[in-house]
Write a protein that binds this ligand. Structure first.
Ligand SMILES: *Cc1c(COP(=O)(O)O)cnc(C)c1O
Length: 490
């Protein structure tokens, strides 16, 4: 008898480097390039339009033979300057966090461990449990609440609303579907589109989400909410959830969460809060009282990658009833069975709280951010951003060339350039062009929104690098560009 031989001649080959000295040099080169980028992030343009050379570098044929480490490193390094600009102090578009250098180190550690946080008993799981405990503490949820680190508020919302939906249908929906039940929910016209998308994904249909009107401060009109619930009940529908917003996308409005919590309790409805960025307003003592109703929520969705500056992506869902949360997701086939001892211990597993099985180690960069900087300092950055938005609003109101378009609730200032002799539609086009020019010239990167038909220059400040002088510079540029372009728009 001859013993079997392995079939391949390349039997010792792996994907590891053959030359670890050369690998170490490449890795160090990338670390240096990354640190250089972070150290110079307050300099230069906010945004660079991706050049043709970059686009060409990523339209190559599928490599059947690899180009090797050095060529790959060169391409990676070439990408570094072409971010969206959110690491720059004058990035004010949409709601983006600005990241921290400490996250570089956390991401290297996470890559080295290469953990799968679907479950099992290993070091990374204890980091995630720590993040869970800290989240409950920050938002004053009971110790019995459950949570899950996810990619962002969009997914967090789906998980929260699925739990609400299944609880409303006694969890029969998990196997039987909706069975003709006409579930409806309520939110304001200012709510982020991810809530309607969650209704769509959950089979409720986006039309089942009633968009209640808002008051002059863009907050949900609670009298209209009561009326909408009564009307739906009278029509034989089944209300099951109210979604309040802590920091709405357009102007940062905070709904009257205490009254919404009361209405939810009176009607025995699930109370969900979208606090994607605004939930972190609790770290600002001046804002915290207006968010008091948030701790009464059945569920809260928020992001670490926005106002806590954890690198993309990192969001969280917090659910008051761990039992309801697990009942909505738990599904343990034989091959994923838990155990008392050994690697399959550590129950319950995160897989029982969300749709994903394999999950990366996002919680490490979250833990790193909180552990390195502490909540007080992270909170001071939140507070300063609110003060900066108020400062910009005061300057806008004082300048004859600009006009404030909404009250500043937190960290967002919406305003526009005004020019005599401009029709409303021309004024909208002018303000759109001012924002494009600010972006193209690399001066600053606000975005725009439409408020009561008027185009607003929307300045969102979730940026720990922004200085008050950056806002002076922004406003001066708006006035200069607006003044020079105005004649083309009259
Ligand atoms: C950003 C945002 C979302 C969506 O969050 P993602 O992390 O991008 O999925 C939802 N609601 C509000 C208010 C937001 O600002």
């Amino acid at each position: 008898m001859t013993s079997p031989v392995p079939p391949h001649s390349e039997q010792h080959e792996t994907l590891d480097p053959t030359d670890w000295v050369a690998f170490r040099a490449r890795a160090h080169a990338m670390v240096d390039a990354a640190i250089d980028k972070m150290a110079s992030t307050t300099e230069g343009r906010v945004w660079h339009e991706p050049p043709a050379s970059l686009k060409a570098a990523f339209t190559e044929p599928l490599p059947m033979r690899g180009q090797g480490g050095d060529a790959t490193l060169a391409k990676l390094t070439g990408l570094l300057p072409y971010g969206v600009g959110n690491t720059h102090p004058r990035f004010f578009g949409w709601v983006h966090g600005s990241g921290t250098p400490g996250n570089l180190i956390a991401d290297i550690a996470a890559a080295a461990i290469n953990a799968n946080l679907g479950g099992r008993d290993h070091g990374a799981m204890y980091v995630e449990k720590q993040v869970n405990a800290w989240c409950r503490q920050i938002f004053e949820f009971p110790e019995t609440a459950s949570g899950l680190v996810v990619s962002g508020t969009s997914i967090a919302t789906i998980i929260a609303l699925k739990t609400a939906r299944d609880q409303a249908l006694d969890f029969k929906s998990r196997t039987a579907g909706l069975g003709g039940e006409k579930l409806v929910g309520y939110t304001s016209t200012q709510t982020h589109s991810c809530v309607a998308r969650a209704f769509d994904i959950l089979g409720l249909g986006a039309d089942a989400l009633r968009k209640v009107p808002v008051n002059d401060a863009f907050e949900l009109d609670t009298a209209a909410l009561r009326a909408a619930i009564s009307a739906d009940k009278a029509a034989g529908l089944t209300p099951f959830v109210i979604v309040g917003t802590a920091g709405a996308v357009n102007v940062g409005a905070i709904d009257d969460l205490e009254t919404i919590a009361d209405i939810a309790a009176e009607n025995q409805l699930w109370f969900h809060v979208d606090g994607a960025f605004g939930a972190l307003g609790v770290l600002n003592p001046a804002i915290k009282p207006r968010l008091s109703g948030m701790k009464r929520a059945d569920s809260l969705a928020f992001d670490f990658h926005k106002w806590l500056h954890v690198n993309y992506d990192a969001g969280f869902v917090l659910i008051r009833s761990e039992v309801a949360h697990r009942k909505a997701f738990s599904e343990r086939p034989d091959y994923l069975k838990g155990a008392e001892r050994g690697l399959a211990a550590g129950n319950p597993w995160p897989v029982e709280y969300g749709p994903e099985l394999s999950r990366g180690f996002r919680s490490l960069k979250i833990w790193t951010q909180l552990n390195e900087h502490g909540l007080d300092k992270l909170g001071a950055m939140v507070t300063r951003n609110c003060e900066q938005a108020a400062y910009l609003a005061a300057k806008v109101s004082a300048a004859p060339e600009t006009e404030l378009l909404a009250p500043v609730a937190m960290n967002i200032c919406c305003f526009r350039f005004v020019a005599a002799g401009c029709e409303p539609t021309q004024l909208n086009a002018l303000n759109d062009e001012i924002v494009v020019q600010l972006q193209l010239r690399g001066i600053a990167a606000p975005s725009t929104t439409l408020l009561k038909g008027q185009t607003a220059i929307r300045v969102n400040i979730t940026n720990h690098r922004t200085q008050f002088s950056d806002l002076d510079l922004l406003l001066a540029a708006v006035i200069e560009i607006g003044t020079s372009l105005a004649p083309q728009f009259t």
